[in-house]
Design a protein around this ligand. Structure first.
Ligand code: PSU
Ligand code: MN
Length: 300
């Protein structure tokens, strides 16, 4: 059921470095019309790191690992693109639907295709109102049972980060900071929460992935948390203000389920005068590049 783009298929067959990229960030996480160009910039960052990019999506019911221009345009611009978590894939595929894949869905499909590295912006996690809503991203459970290494800027700052870190521990998902001792907070450099491990180089991370396989622990994800440099983060006061307003708006408007995250990200992009978008693009490009470097070190 996997349609692997020729360049990606050749790289995989030859044992060359490949990095998977998700598509929900394109369809639901970044505003139009910039999202198309940004998607290609993310792929270019993977290449700079030394790997072949493979953006994942569902197009007309077919899983694509690597998107041509027509497929990317469909994901980025069509109004009927479904946000697909792993559980949505079989239904959307059987219906012939077009869908963007979340971290959960992308990690699963990448692993199916034999891709070990994956880059995104920020993972889903436990929402701040989870005590009442039970809203916890399916990303966490998916990562607990998928052979993948995901490079991200932590989890989205709209979430309950402390609770998310506890859940990652419970689920047995490895978490390490890239040249940092504290977990980043997506738009913000530092969440203030300490990390159990710090890794210093792509080669060191590649060695961890090798050990993970040798120990039979490669059925579970490793998260590499790569913070935005402090001078590129969103202004923390602006972040705090827009976050409070956005959470109130979500509650007032009764936003639920898979609409919550796109709603909050959209409020940020509208409420920060483009600053959250700038930070979002900067962090995802840095993650794509680092994932490319890790993938290359893994092959070398
Ligand atoms: N990171 C971003 N922008 C995004 C997302 C991540 O920088 O839009 C998406 C990912 O696809 C992630 C999803 O899997 O948000 C989480 O959604 P939810 O909280 O509904 O599980
Ligand atoms: Mn949710």
């Amino acid at each position: 059921m996997l349609n692997v783009a020729p360049e990606v298929a050749e790289a995989l067959a030859a044992g060359r470095a490949v990095v998977a990229l998700e598509s929900t960030i394109i369809s639901h996480g970044l505003p139009r019309p910039d999202n198309v160009a940004i998607a290609r910039q993310i792929e270019a960052a993977v290449r700079e790191g030394g790997a072949v990019p493979a953006t994942v999506a569902l197009v007309g019911g077919e899983v694509r690992i690597g998107l041509d221009d027509a497929a990317l345009a469909a994901i980025a611009t069509r109004d009927d693109v479904i946000k697909c978590s792993a559980r949505d894939l079989p239904i959307a595929a059987a219906r012939g639907a077009t869908g963007a894949t979340t971290v959960a869905a992308t990690a699963h499909l990448a692993a199916q295709a034999g891709i070990e590295l994956f880059a995104t912006g920020g993972l889903g996690g436990v929402h701040r109102e989870a005590r009442d809503t039970w809203d916890e991203s399916a990303d966490l459970v998916a990562l607990s049972r998928t052979r993948i290494c995901v490079v991200c800027a932590g989890v989205k700052s709209i979430l309950d980060i402390a609770a998310t870190l506890e859940r990652l521990e419970t689920l047995g998902i490895g978490v390490a900071g890239y040249r940092t001792d504290t977990f980043p907070a997506f738009y913000l450099t530092d969440s203030g929460f300490a990390l159990p491990w710090r890794l210093e180089s792509p080669q060191e991370i590649a060695d961890v992935l090798h050990a993970r396989g040798a120990l039979g622990l490669d059925g579970t994800a490793l998260i590499v948390a790569n913070p935005l440099p402090e001078d590129e983060q969103l202004d923390p006061d602006l972040h705090e203000r827009v976050l409070r307003e956005s959470l109130e708006a979500a509650a007032t408007e009764g936003v639920r389920g898979r609409d919550v995250t796109p709603f909050l990200l959209g409020r940020f992009h509208a409420g920060t005068g483009g600053e959250s978008l700038r930070a979002n693009v900067a962090l995802v490009l840095a993650n794509a590049r680092l994932a490319g470097e890790i993938a290359a070190a893994r092959q070398g």
